[in-house]
Design a protein around this ligand. Structure first.
Ligand code: F0G
Length: 346
């Protein structure tokens, strides 16, 4: 059964007034990464969240947040976003007949995500400022408009996002030793941890994985312990300097025996290329921070051998073609005859 609300109805805060909306989100592939895993000396899987209906993990929480907004009679939904939240909010709002406002940091949203917000019919506003400033603006606008905020400060968003943990356990038959994922506003690591805790309490798994969060060096407040007033990274999805769920995320990492670490933009892009070329898996730059983080840990001798590790690849590579194309050669040209083709292939 696909669709988070139906599949996990017993684990979610639903009641008879909650509309059971769905875009058939969830049940994303858990792909073994044997080649990279061998490099690292671990049993490695990718939870490929790019296979969700709008191409990112956000759909898991958005479906519940929008259902709850409808249940509460909200006129519409509003969010600030580095791109994926806006795409997801716009899609579920469209499907549910709600209006949607998205506030986006100007010039820092990947093209695919911008296209999504537009085609789903959201009112998209480009804010001359970064994500953290756009979020403050969205909260203020929500107060004035009566729209429901569907950023991860919305507890239903995070509740729905727990489902990634449930799926991982359901598919493996147990909880993995470690889960590694990129961290921006720090909602997803907090939500995933809560999902593993909920499963363990229900006796559906025996332990909580070490929750390991990876930030980009230019936007790594949870690693340095200081806010980044001007965050900067090629991984625009996680270009966030003041994570709203930072404290709870730090608790989750600590309680589970995990940690936060940061990687450079170069390491992120290298990991993205490696995932594509060695495993056939294309994820957006932010998603690849987790893989880059694993290489960093292995190089430092901090990745226990033979561990079972799940890397959550949070967004689809197609979201951000510019990040790829700026670093690669475009196709060579040929005239449309076999001889010319032979020449360029030789
Ligand atoms: N990966 C991707 C692809 C994301 O879009 C985000 C967040 C994250 C990781 C980090 O998740 O914020 O819960 O720690 N994107 C948000 C957005 C901020 O607006 O789409 P987090």
């Amino acid at each position: 059964m696909r669709g988070i609300l139906k599949r996990y109805r017993d684990l979610l805060p639903l009641n008879s007034d909650t509309p059971m909306i769905s875009l058939q989100e969830g049940q994303t592939p858990l792909i073994p990464l044997d080649s990279i895993g061998k490099d690292l000396g671990v049993r490695l899987f990718a939870k490929y969240e790019g296979a969700n209906p709008t191409g990112s993990f956000k759909d898991r929480g958005m479906v519940l947040a929008v259902a709850k907004a409808m249940e509460a009679g909200a006129k519409g939904v509003i969010c600030a976003s580095t791109g994926n939240t806006s795409a997801s909010a716009a899609a579920y709002a469209a499907r549910s007949g709600l209006s949607c406002i998205v506030l986006l940091p100007k010039g820092k949203v990947a093209m695919g995500k911008l296209a999504q917000a537009m085609i789903y019919g959201a009112k998209a506003v480009s804010v001359r400022g970064n994500f953290d400033e756009a979020l403050q603006l969205a909260l203020k606008a929500a107060e004035e408009s009566g729209y429901a905020v569907v950023n991860s400060i919305n507890r239903f968003r995070l509740w729905g996002q727990r489902s990634v943990a449930w799926e991982i356990c359901d598919e493996l038959g147990h909880a993995p030793d470690r889960v590694i994922l990129p961290v921006g506003n720090a909602g997803n690591i907090t939500a995933s941890w809560a999902g593993f805790v909920q499963y363990a309490r229900l006796g559906k798994s025996a332990h909580i994985p070490a929750m390991t969060g990876v930030q980009a060096e230019g936007a790594s407040p949870l690693v340095t312990g200081k806010p980044f007033p001007e965050p900067e990274t090629v991984a625009t999805a996680i270009r966030i300097g003041r994570p709203v769920s930072g404290r709870r995320a730090s608790w989750a990492a600590k309680m589970s025996g995990g940690e936060f670490l940061s990687v450079s933009d170069g390491e992120i892009l290298e990991a993205q290329k490696m995932l594509a070329r060695r495993e056939g898996v294309f994820a957006e730059p932010a998603s690849c921070a987790g893989i880059a983080g694993l290489y960093r840990m292995a190089a430092d001798g901090r990745l226990p051998k033979n561990n079972e590790v799940v890397a959550i690849l949070t967004g689809n590579g197609l979201k951000d073609p510019d990040a790829v194309l700026s670093g690669l050669q475009l196709p060579v040209e040929t005239d449309a005859d076999p001889e010319s083709l032979r020449k360029v292939l030789s």
